[in-house]
Design a protein around this ligand. Sequence first.
Ligand SMILES: [Zn+2]
Ligand SMILES: [Zn+2]
Length: 190
Amino acid sequence: MAPPLHPLIDHGITKGSPSFLGGKLCCHCQNDAVEVTISGNVAHNHACGCSKCWKPKGALFSIVAVIPRDQLNVTANGDKLHIVDKGATIQRNACKECGVHLFGRIEKEHAFKGLDFVHVELSKQQGWQEPQFAAFVSSIIEQGFDPRGMDEVRTKFKSLGLETYDTLSPPLMDAIATWTAQKAGLLPSD
Ligand SMILES: [Zn+2]
Ligand SMILES: [Zn+2]
C-alpha cells in the first residue's frame, strides 16, 4: 500500500478539459476567504515533493501548476495575504488565517519570472489541466519520509501514468538551462 500522495491523485487522475477557461481559487477560511481569479487554464501541472509548496494535511506532495501572472487577479480579501518567505525565489502569497498558499510569484530575474504558481485544488470548478508528472520526488525524504518507501511512491506515480523526477521535468530543466545560457551570451535570446 503506497502512502497517501495527494487527494487529487490517490484515487486516479481526472483529465482536464482543453477548452476550460479558468476559474476561482479560494483559501480554506469559512468566512471572508481570499479569492483569486484565473483567466485561462494552467500549464505544467505536477506533483511536487519539495518542502516549500503548500500541501493539504496528510499529503506527501503538493499539486502545483503555472499561469502567466497577467492572467491572475486577487478578487476578494487580498488584505489577508502575506508573503511566507520574502527571501525565497518564489514568493508564496498565503492567507494569514488558514495558511493556504493562493499564488507564488517570482520578482527577481529567473527563467520562470512572469509565471505564477497555483494549486488548482483550491477551485470548485472542473476542467483544470490534470497533473502531468512528479517533481522533486526524493525531497520527501528530507522531510522525514522513510527512504525504504520510495519504490512504492515512484511505482504508484508510474501506475497513474506520471513520470517521476528528482528535479523538474526535462522540458522545464531545459528551459532553465536555456535561459542561463542566453544570459551568459552562449545562445541567442528569442
Ligand atoms: Zn484563509
Ligand atoms: Zn514544490
